[in-house]
Design a protein around this ligand. Structure first.
Ligand SMILES: Nc1nc2c(ncn2[C@@H]2O[C@H](COP(=O)(O)OP(=O)(O)OP(=O)(O)O)[C@@H](O)[C@H]2O)c(=O)[nH]1
Ligand SMILES: [K+]
Ligand SMILES: [Mg+2]
Length: 449
């Protein structure tokens, strides 16, 4: 099952640094490490050594660390050679490892071995990559929780309940003459109802975890000249988008990663939505609609002086996103007497001015709250990926279908729906393995991980 080569790679980031690490994993790791260090390596003992090339010349001096299988990251014998963080030194060390029988590791191959050796499940291996890539403290904490198995344990608990239900249904199929009631049908329905509730709760938390990992994806929409690009610039703190008083200035989508109080979100500026326009502008509007389909949030920008203008086209487009935040921009141009122009907008619409900065603090607060989800949900949150959310959705759909079939006493169809639901859960932790799925996940890792 396992590729028994010994693999080697530089485990520290590219470029110069105080310390750089070359990592070896596999059955030959210890012998190769000892060959380079010129001394015996004892498990979990730091050994100071001169690392030498084939001619006995010193490549560098440093520390060799040996972790004996299975008590290592990969579960195999692992050796780490810690040298000065010079790319030239580290490349020579990897070359020397290869001359002594190792081969260069593929991206993510160390974590793949940890998975194959049962040290990590798939969701945990992905959490390693998420932790390394985490851009803020919350994302890092959430990745730690996923790495510790918080997410996996909940998946496994639901998968176990699903397995019990499958066994029950398969057994009932074998006793086709008995009515389902006598075979514990009502109890099974009750169990599945509890499982469905647990699955829905996990799906919500995973969606939240997906946002923690990827950041909130917020699309700015509104009629031409409402001040969408001005707002993007104000939030980004720089002149990212072109602003003019010509309606139809923005044509293409413009993405900008923005950090608000340590929370990351992606803002997307779009072409103003209106009837007509030239071919370029119409393509811009089409892209705006498509972007909204993928968004977590639509930031609807209207002109505070006349919120009704162009509002309808924007409202129907904004419905493509699961959440909306309404802004009445150009509040600086409202009459001093405080009379508010009427227009059919939600009561929690914020008055802002991209020009003077008025209302932007309140907007920051709203965006931060939306990006984090509600405060309570951030406690105990774990990172998740779109792949996980998709699998949980399919599992939930399968379960709904299975319960319907059971209610109709179509046991064969119920069994099949439960199997699909169970398989979908298995994809998350890798208990059900499709090899192309594995290849896809691990190849997105970087080398040395
Ligand atoms: N007074 C005032 N003017 C603003 C404000 N925001 C934007 N403007 C002006 O409104 C005009 C249009 O601003 P843009 O940011 O280009 O508007 P837009 O919604 O991106 O326009 P399109 O890309 O053409 O759809 C410019 O002249 C801005 O200077 C504001 O808060 N107050
Ligand atoms: K404009
Ligand atoms: Mg614009």
């Amino acid at each position: 099952m396992i590729d028994r080569d010994t693999i080697a790679a530089i485990a520290t980031p590219a470029g110069a640094g105080g310390v750089g690490i070359v990592r070896l994993s596999g059955p030959g790791a210890r012998a190769i490490g000892e060959g380079i260090a010129g001394r015996a390596l004892m498990a979990r003992r730091a050994a100071y050594a001169r690392f030498r090339d084939a001619h006995g010349a010193t490549i560098d001096d440093g520390i060799a660390l040996y972790f004996a299988a299975p008590a290592s990251y990969t579960g195999e014998d692992v050796v780490e050679l810690q040298a000065h963080g010079s790319p030239a030194v580290l490349h020579q060390l990897v070359d020397r490892c290869c001359a002594l029988g190792a081969r260069r590791a593929r991206p993510g191959e160390f974590s793949e071995r940890a998975f194959l050796e049962g040290k990590l499940d798939l969701a945990q291996a992905e959490a390693v990559a998420d932790l390394i890539a985490a851009s803020d403290v919350r994302a890092a904490r959430a990745a730690r929780r996923a790495l510790e198995g918080e997410f996996s344990r909940r998946v496994e608990a639901i998968a176990d309940a699903m397995l019990r239900a499958r066994i029950h249904v398969e057994a009932a199929i074998d006793f086709a003459d008995e009515p389902i009631e006598t075979l514990g049908g009502p109890q099974l329905q009750a169990d599945l109802s509890a499982t469905a509730a647990a699955l829905e709760a996990l799906l919500r938390d995973a969606e939240h975890g997906r946002r923690l990992r990827d950041g909130l994806h917020a699309v700015i929409v509104g009629p031409p000249n409402a001040g969408k690009s001005s707002l993007l610039n104000a939030l980004a703190g720089r002149d990212r988008a072109i602003v003019t008083d010509v309606a139809g200035t923005t044509r293409d989508l413009l993405h900008e990663a923005v950090r608000i109080d340590g929370v990351e979100l992606t803002l997307v500026d779009t072409a103003g939505l209106r009837e007509g326009g030239d071919a370029i502008e119409r393509e811009g509007m089409r892209r705006a609609h498509a972007e909204l389909e993928r968004a977590d949030l639509a930031i609807v920008v209207l002109d505070a002086r006349d919120p009704a203008a162009g509002r309808d086209a924007v409202v129907s487009a904004a419905h493509g996103a699961p959440a909306q935040l309404w802004l009445l921009n150009k509040s600086d141009l409202l009459p001093e007497d405080g009379a508010q122009p009427s227009g059919d907008v939600p009561g929690d619409a914020l008055a802002v001015s991209a020009l003077t900065g008025e209302g932007l603090d309140a907007l920051h607060d709203r965006l931060r709250a939306l990006a984090a989800g509600d405060a309570g949900a951030s406690e105990g949150a774990f990172t998740a990926r779109a792949r996980h959310v998709d699998a949980l959705r399919r599992a939930a759909e399968g379960l709904v279908q299975a319960r319907g079939e059971l209610a109709r006493e179509s046991l064969d169809l119920a069994a099949e729906a439960l199997r699909q639901s169970h398989d979908a859960l298995g994809e998350i932790t890798g208990r059900v393995r499709a090899d192309d799925l594995l290849g896809h996940i691990f190849s997105s890792f970087c080398i040395g991980k």
